[in-house]
Every structure is written in structure tokens, then in C-alpha cells.
Design a protein around this ligand. Sequence first.
Ligand SMILES: Cc1cc2nc3c(=O)[nH]c(=O)nc-3n(C[C@H](O)[C@H](O)[C@H](O)COP(=O)(O)OP(=O)(O)OC[C@H]3O[C@@H](n4cnc5c(N)ncnc54)[C@H](O)[C@@H]3O)c2cc1C
Length: 480
Amino acid sequence: MKYDCIIVGAGPAGVFCAYEFMEKMPNAKILLIDKGKNIYKRKCPVNEHLLEKCPVNREGVSGCHPACSITNGFGGAGAFSDGKFNITTEFGGWLTDYLDDNTVLELIKYVDQINLKYGAPKEITNPTTDKVREIERRALSVGLKLLRSQVRHLGTENNLKIQAAIYEDLKDHVDMMFETEVSDILVTDGKVTGIALKKGEIIDSDYVFLGVGRDGSKWLEDMCHKYNIHMTNNQVDVGVRVETNDIVMEEINSNLYEGKFIYRTSVGTTVRTFCSNPSGHVVIENHSGTMLANGHAYASKELGSHNTNFALLVSHKFSDPFDLPNEYAHQVSRLANELSCGSIIVQRYGDIVRGRRSTQKRIDEGFVRPTLTEAVPGDLGLVLPYNTMKSIVEMIEALDHVTPGIANEHTLFYGVEAKFYSARPEIKNNFETKSVEGLYVGGDGAGLTRGLAQAGANGVFVARDIIKKLENNSLDKGTE
Ligand SMILES: Cc1cc2nc3c(=O)[nH]c(=O)nc-3n(C[C@H](O)[C@H](O)[C@H](O)COP(=O)(O)OP(=O)(O)OC[C@H]3O[C@@H](n4cnc5c(N)ncnc54)[C@H](O)[C@@H]3O)c2cc1C
């Protein structure tokens, strides 16, 4: 059987691509494949109390087969998150490198409407209140740009219900295969002709969309090397997780929940705040064997701390001949792991300014109680490159004008926090690879997005582009 289009990956990019086919070309033969499980079977053995801890191997890869149910399967990587759906083109991806702002925003709003249709909460944050304008004005006066966005909190329980409702509609119109890994793409004379499954089967189609997410990005890289698709990846974000008392962040927390600011430093870098967690906890993230700082916040107030944490990240771009940005960030982070005997380092801002290490005594005497008690007091000056540290110090001093007290002596810096990006295949403005006709890429795995909204928007755009081609092809056949 030959399909009109094969979609690999049932994350937001793949699901909204399939959804658009169902809406706009209901008779098209579409196949959606994912190596993870369908929405009802996605269960983590740790959450189900079948295992005590996650069976990760030394490289940090899940030992669950066919794939980790937390990050793979229908709904993709964020299916179990509280689903903050950001209606903006200012962050969440780089689709505007290929499409104009209005087109991307319209696509995001279109996906938002689909979520609403399937039960997303009607409430949405309002970033245009007088109070937010006042915060924005204070920020601009010291060179900080506030990135404003309407945010619809889908909520963890709703997120899964919305996914299940979309799944129920899709399954009557689109063929779906789960627990099925795609191992190869088939290419003849520069044109895609189908895919090969790990279990040996071959499935034909003139159009293949790869929305394989972060988990599939290594495989996508392998495919690109195999079929001579040029890739670029020269950015990585390196920085620290900042922790302070809730009271210092109260105005931002209550008016914005998350204040996203960017700053251009005197050394030419860009720094941004990211992933703010009011009444949250700092945690260690094991990223392929490298220990990194991260943070989260429980929804329940009883489980909350008295601290707010957020990341301060400096974007690093490299030029020829260096093209291993992710490896660079791993090396910097591993230095902190070495100095803290396999953990991460915590240091008071006052000690950073004085150029001395934090000791347990200095941390104990501080006014901010660390929520990550296993972080080892030390000196981030021995880890972070000069420009990175200088950028972070400039940013925190600027932020002090917006949230007075953030640059105080006792604020804690945990390091290293890093964000890695997938390499980006060379594509045309319609997300079709330049060297293989009919092969489209999208979402987080192709380094084009980093959030639900733009990943979904990407999928819808790709479906519309393929539909146009299928319609033209059938017109051509009709006139032959
Ligand atoms: C814990 C967590 C919380 C998050 N919270 C938010 C949030 O609140 N707001 C927000 O905007 N974003 C959030 N994100 C990010 C968001 O989930 C991602 O940006 C989004 O899921 C990317 O969508 P995608 O379709 O590109 O890829 P994914 O969602 O990663 O889906 C890719 C799918 O492809 C499948 N796949 C990969 N390789 C193969 C293969 N070879 N064969 C078959 N199938 C394959 C995988 O199994 C996976 O299901 C969160 C992410 C995580 C991990």
C-alpha cells in the first residue's frame, strides 16, 4: 500500500500535521508512526511502582523498550507536563527564520483553537495589564527586554485528556502504528520513496515528514549524513540556575508567573532568563551522564518551597572551524561535576563578586536556604569562561533594577545549567530538505522549535504544503 504521506513521530509536530490532513484532505492516505506507545498505554514503570528508579544506562538513555513512555508516544515529549502553551513568536522556536511573523502567529493561534475545541481551559494570561507595562518600562530603562506572551496553561490532567480526544478523532481517518521504530528513509534519484521499519518492513510514499523530537535527533543526524543533507548547529546555551527568596520575585511571580527577559551584554553576548519556578525546587538533571542544574515547581502549594528559581543562560555561537557546540557545553559542565565529585556547584552571589569560593559555613550563614541540599559549595569562577560569567553578572545587576534584591549577597547560583539544541538540516522555506525532494523535517528534533506551540504550527504548515503538492499532482494527472 502506498501512502500519500508518512509522518514519523507523534509529538505535537506529527499530530497536528496528521490533524491538518484529516481536516483539509480527509480522503488522503496518511500513516502516523511512533516508536513509543499510544496515549492510553503510555505508563512509566516508576510511576506505576513496578520499578524503584529509572533504568537509565551510563549514557543517560532510558532502558525502557521500545521507548521511554514519559517522552515518547502519542503526544510526544511534553505529554505529561503541565503544558504551558505560549502564543508568541518571540520564543519557543525559530520558525520565523523561514516564515514571516504573522504567518507563524496565525499557525500558533490555529493550533490553540484546536486545543480549545478538544477541551483546553478557556483562561489565558494577560500580558497587557498596567502592572506588566510598568515592569516592562522599568526593564527597558536598564536595557532588559521583557518577552511578553499570552500563556494558556493546559494543566497536566487536561493535557492528557486533550491528547486522548484528538487521538480518538484521528484514529478513524489516519492509519497509526505505535511501538514501531523507523530505521531508514528510502531515497532514489534525490527523491524520497518511503521508509524502512526496524522490524524489516518497507512502506512507500512520495512524501515523508520527520517530526522525531529531541529523542530522535541523533537518528535524524545519521539520516542526514547518509543522504548528504547538510546540517548546521552552532549554538548552545550555558549558564547557571539562580535561587532567591520568593519575596524578592513576588511582583514578577504574581503578575507574569514567569518573567522572560533578554539582555545584550557589553561583551556582545545575549543572556536570557528561562524556566522560572515560583516556590520551586532546584534539581539535578542527568543529561547523557553530565549532571546539570534545573528546576521545577509543584502545583500544590503544600509541596512548595519559599524560594523562586530560574535559569540565566548565555547563548554561545561558534564559527568555522568549530562545530561541536553541544560537546563544548558538556565539557564545561563536566568540569563542575569533577570539582564537586559528580554533583553540581552552588555559590553565593556575594562570593562570586568577591572572587572567592563559597564554603558550607558561608552557605549556612546565608539568608537563602538551598533547596538542592546535595549541591556542593564551591567556585563557579573555576568553571565558567570569563565572558559567560561576566555576562551573567551584568544580567543579574540589570535585573536588580526590575526585581530589587535579586543581586544581593545571599542569592545562590547553581552551575552548570546548559540547554542543547538539535542540529538543523538544510531546508527550503517550506521545511522540505534541499537535497531530498519530498522529505520534510520539523519540530524540536530538527532544531526548528523548542515548544509545543511552534512544533504544532510547524506540523500544520508542512501538511498544508504537501496537500498543495498532492492537489497539483492530481490536477496534472487529470490533464495528461
Ligand atoms: C518535561 C517536559 C515539559 C515540557 N513542558 C513544556 C511546556 O510547558 N510548554 C512548551 O511549550 N513546551 C514544553 N516542553 C517541550 C515540548 O514538549 C516540545 O517542544 C515538543 O514536544 C516538541 O514536539 P515535537 O513533535 O517536535 O517532538 P516530540 O514531542 O519529542 O515527539 C517526537 C516523537 O517522535 C518519536 N520518534 C523519534 N524517533 C523515532 C523513530 N526513529 N521512529 C518512530 N518514532 C520516533 C518519539 O517517540 C516521539 O514521540 C516540555 C518538554 C518536556 C520534556
